[in-house]
Design a protein around this ligand. Structure first.
Ligand code: HEM
Length: 522
């Protein structure tokens, strides 16, 4: 018996080796003839760890080298997740509007965020989570603004409760901003303050992105063969499952109740139908979008889509606002300018979404803050699902991960004069009819939420961020509340903003920075 087992084990081993060699060979052939930046892991992958380590510590510099050297040629780079093809600007134009059946942001994300182990692959094969953001959420911004303001104000009052108008109080800027953005987002997930303001609920959803990131980083260090088991045994896997269970416990009964109400409404005869407006939140919109039944309608599938939206919405918006707060503290004259604009525009038009769209100086400042503080060192991350021929004749094979070196581009003097200078009005074009106090017509092309070619903050093309109008509104709202009700600055002696950290392809603001806050006298 033993020799038979040994024989089959050996055969299995050889088969696995052949599969692995086949994969390596096809991966090498895929990019044959293309230049490479950084350490080449080699055919057998013997230098894989060295290549990953190099990218982890020096990815930003590697991409800068690639950006400077290869303006017209895609080049290959080994990142900590996978091998990528970096696409120069001139080809982004050709690719950005291809359908997501050909290049997909979502598939790339699910691949990197291990969709099958994190359950996030509930967003596969459906676009309802994207559609409700693009349509229902964005169209309701005018109606939702008073409620967004109520949540932001409440969160800021809590976070800054100890501040008075006599002396400055030290506050951790990131906690203050996270509290405000977290609470606005929470109410949009579920328009029921009993849940949306619950301390356990808030802690869980605000920590979910970190739980997910820690799980994925740990899983990446484990061999793919062992991952199906490891996900149950590693502590970050337990934490992730417990977060998902917690959110499900809060939301599943409410989802069922809303679905039941929807059924009653559908079956009620004409004028007996309830006249009440349905709640305007993710739970309601997702339940309505899945009315046809099927997998999308299962409460667990709705919960996972909500978690996907939380990951997309919360951290990114908070980080953007934290950068903005640091840039304001580093540029007190800009802070004065934007405070004046906010007072004039909101005084004339009230705290409305229409008024927020008239904060032209703030729009430019946010765009500049986004340019100076990249969201990540790459953007336009896509998985190629079917082969694409570029205008130079090169065919990008299916299965290729592509990206753009957006961070390097943000320091390119060709598109941005004096790119190392922070110029808050770089993107400001006085709109026609601007009155002395600010305002004037809404200038769509120069809004922070616009995605002109080259701006990478919200991505680009057909799959650019659908939540950008909402994100922009909530960030401006939080900044306006801070500017009109508080004075804030770096601690005495600090004039420059803290340096951003960069690890792997991620970058972000220093989360420990304290600021001094004082209430403005009424
Ligand atoms: C400042 C805050 C935000 C930033 C910087 C940001 C950035 C991005 C980026 C770069 C993408 C990929 C686009 C591309 O590669 O072309 C994306 C996708 C997405 N974002 Fe945002 N986002 C923000 C806020 C939000 C908010 C508030 C929501 C929802 C309320 C949201 C929902 C989404 C969704 C659903 C996708 C996936 C779209 C798809 O599957 O095609 N984002 N976001």
């Amino acid at each position: 018996m033993a020799p038979i087992i040994t024989f089959w084990s050996a055969l299995g081993g050889v088969a696995l080796l052949l599969i692995w060699l086949g994969r390596r060979l096809s991966s090498r052939r895929r990019f044959a003839g293309l230049p490479r930046v950084g350490i080449d892991p080699g055919f057998l992958g013997l230098r894989m760890q060295a290549a990953k380590d190099e990218f982890f510590h020096h990815g930003q510099q590697l991409l800068e080298q690639g950006y400077a050297k290869y303006k017209d040629t895609p080049y290959v780079i080994q990142t900590c997740d996978n091998e990528r093809l970096v696409i120069p600007d001139k080809f982004i134009e050709e690719l950005k509007n291809l359908p997501d059946t050909q290049i997909s942001f979502k598939e790339e994300l699910l691949d990197r965020f291990m969709g099958k182990y994190t359950k996030l692959d509930a967003v596969r094969g459906t676009t309802i989570h994207r559609d409700i953001v693009r349509f229902q959420l964005t169209k309701s911004l005018g109606n939702l603004l008073p409620q967004m303001k109520e949540e932001a104000q409440l969160a800021l009052d809590n976070a800054l409760g100890g501040c008075n108008s006599k002396e400055f109080t030290p506050i951790k800027a990131s906690s203050m901003v996270f509290a405000a953005i977290g609470q606005i987002t929470s109410r949009r997930v579920i328009d029921d303050p009993q849940v949306s303001r619950d301390a356990v609920w808030l802690k869980t959803i605000m920590g979910f992105t970190a739980s997910l990131a820690t799980f994925c980083i740990t899983m990446r260090t484990i061999s793919p063969t062992l991952r199906p088991i490891a996900r149950f045994t590693i502590p970050s896997g337990r934490k992730l499952r417990s977060d998902i269970a917690q959110v499900t416990t809060f939301l599943a009964p409410l989802i069922r109740k809303r679905q039941q109400q929807q059924q009653n409404l559908n079956s009620a005869a004409g004028d007996q139908k309830q006249k009440e407006d349905p709640p305007q939140d993710f739970v309601q919109w997702l339940a309505e979008a899945a009315q046809g039944g099927g997998r999308d309608a299962e409460p667990e599938a709705i919960v996972i889509k909500i978690l996907f939206l939380i990951v997309a919405a919360m951290h990114s918006s908070a980080v953007t606002a934290i950068h903005a707060v640091y840039d304001l503290c580093a540029h007190p004259e800009t802070m004065r300018d934007l405070r004046e604009e906010a007072r004039a525009v909101l005084g004339a038009h009230g705290w409305t979404h229409a008024a927020l769209l008239r904060l032209h100086r703030m729009e430019s400042f946010l765009k500049e803050s986004g340019r100076a503080n990249s969201a990540g060192i790459v953007s336009f991350q896509r998985l190629v699902l079917s082969p694409i021929r570029l205008s130079n004749g090169f065919v990008i094979p299916a299965g290729t991960h592509i990206c753009a070196a957006s961070d390097a581009r943000s320091r390119d003097p060709a598109p941005y004069e004096a790119p190392l200078e922070f110029r808050p009005l770089r993107f400001y074009h006085p709109p026609s009819g601007e009155a002395a106090g600010g305002g004037g017509e809404v200038d769509a092309a120069n809004l922070f939420s616009s995605v002109a070619n080259g701006d990478s903050w919200f991505g680009v093309g057909r799959q650019a961020c659908p939540g950008r109008w909402y994100a922009s509104a909530q960030i401006k709202l939080v900044l306006c509340l801070l500017l009109t009700e508080y004075e804030f600055k770096f601690p005495d002696g600090q004039t420059a903003r803290p340096k951003n950290w960069v690890k792997d392809e991620k970058t972000g603001p220093d989360m420990e920075q304290m600021i001094w806050v004082r209430r403005l006298r009424g």
